[in-house]
Design a protein around this ligand. Structure first.
Ligand code: UDP
Length: 415
């Protein structure tokens, strides 16, 4: 057990929370856990696994994280599946299915040993979901962890994926709205952030201020920020529109900080669309950041007065959690996991249009006391609900449910 790491979490969430994790994990000693996803950098899933794996290990479990690889065609296909599962009709061809299944077969050959050895296999999202089809005689538990908004999928693609997902022993969704009728147990586990990472830890004030110089920002104007991959679901063009509308009434600068993800081939095209929409406006700053710019994003989130996440679809929106943790109220699209985090008028505002976002930007920049108060509530809300310690507790509960069976009560020592 890595007590140093656990002690650092204790400092933030308190000793009782960590003690509960220790007790739950003690029932799972030597359990071998394998996580499989499709990218080690970029995007929320990689972000979560980077923290979850060491914390589970610190608690005494034996944890591996494997990443499936693939060429551009594979990721184009899986990106189109992703878009379809979030509701967009796509051209769903036999060829695409073949590319998807064939790549999973190749990856299965590489990962077979680990997939067999593990007691619990967590498969994240659709990219590696088909791996299960190559192990029909398996004895271990396989759990499909869906991070995306499956509430209104494009049916032909969901029908196909459902045929794969039904083989799993359980599935996990981020919120009830995303579940679909499935025969196996479904668990609701929202994602989380890690307060100890470079992305979320406290920073010295000079480092926060340094973003003005580094990115040519105006120290006299407040920052309104959105951090997102260049992805249409994040509505970057709507963000620019909202900023341009609000800038007619009061001075501020918009920073849109984004980058790509290894499994997202559309980033470059959307980036060009965003540049075109910004039209070299002096108060709109489009930053294309490398995937490891965690401290920079942290500093930008801390330097900002207000944070936007104007997505039109969002599985969860870790960027929302990150900003709220840094005491920022968030103006978020009224969709998916943003609704779990932005409690309208308390921890931020939910909006439907660029006009709505513009109105809320004006409100929060004008009423600074309200902005401060909402930021405080936002931080507390994340502390209580969306930190990695709660997330790991939920995963431990799920594994314990398998180990103990449904009938047995899980006895923890009284705290
Ligand atoms: N992120 C990043 N660089 C970027 C854009 C995003 O490091 O250029 C991070 C962001 O801080 C967050 C994660 O990637 O931790 C994105 O997760 P989210 O759930 O918001 O969206 P996803 O990209 O998974 O759709």
């Amino acid at each position: 057990m890595n007590n140093d790491l656990l002690a650092r979490y204790e400092n933030i969430v308190g000793p009782d929370v960590v003690e509960q994790l220790r007790q739950m994990a003690s029932r799972l000693k030597e359990a071998r856990v394998l996580h499989v996803n499709s990218t080690r950098y970029g995007g929320g899933v990689a972000e979560i696994l980077r923290s979850m794996v060491p914390l589970m290990e610190a608690l005494g479990l034996s944890v591996r994280w494997e990443v499936i690889s693939g060429d551009d065609t594979f990721f184009q296909v899986t990106k189109s599946f992703h878009n379809a599962l979030q509701g967009f009709p796509i051209e769903f061809t036999e060829k695409a299915i073949k590319i998807y299944e064939e790549n999973n077969r190749k990856e299965f050959e590489k990962l077979e040993k680990f997939l067999r050895e593990a007691d619990f296999v967590f498969i994240h999202d659709p990219q590696p979901a088909f791996l299960i089809k190559f192990m029909p005689e398996r004895k271990n538990r396989w759990i499909w962890r869906c991070h995306i908004d499956l509430s209104r999928p494009y049916r032909p693609v969901w029908r196909y994926l459902k045929n794969i997902v039904v083989d799993y022993d359980a599935s996990i969704f981020s919120m009830p709205d995303f579940t679909q009728p499935l025969p196996q147990p479904q668990y609701i586990i929202p994602p989380s952030i890690d307060p100890l990472t470079e992305k979320n830890m406290e920073l010295p004030p000079e480092e926060i201020k340094s973003v003005y110089d580094r990115f040519g920002l105006d120290p006299a104007k407040p920052i309104v920020l959105q951090v997102s991959r260049f992805d249409r679901f994040k509505d970057p063009v709507g963000v620019i529109r909202a900023a341009l509308l609000a800038m007619k009434f009061l001075p501020f600068q918009l920073v849109y900080a984004g980058g790509g993800a290894a499994d997202d081939p559309e980033g470059e095209i959307v980036y060009q669309e965003v540049l075109a929409a910004a039209k070299d406006h002096p108060d709109i700053h489009i930053l294309y950041l490398p995937p490891d710019a965690h401290r920079t994003i942290n500093a930008l989130q801390r330097a900002a007065q207000v944070v936007l996440q104007k997505s039109i679809k969002e599985g969860f929106g870790l960027t929302v959690t990150e900003a709220m943790w840094k005491y920022k109220p968030v103006i978020g699209g009224d969709t998916g996991g943003i609704r779990l985090q932005v409690v309208n008028h308390h921890t931020g505002f939910l909006v439907h249009t660029p006009e709505g976002a513009a109105l809320r930007i004006r409100y929060l920049l004008f009423y600074q006391d309200k902005c401060y108060e909402m930021g405080q509530k936002a931080h507390q809300f994340v502390k209580e609900n969306f930190l990695i310690t709660r997330h790991v507790r939920d995963y431990l509960s799920l594994m314990l449910a398998f180990v103990c069976g449904n009938g047995e009560r899980i006895e923890l020592e009284a705290l």
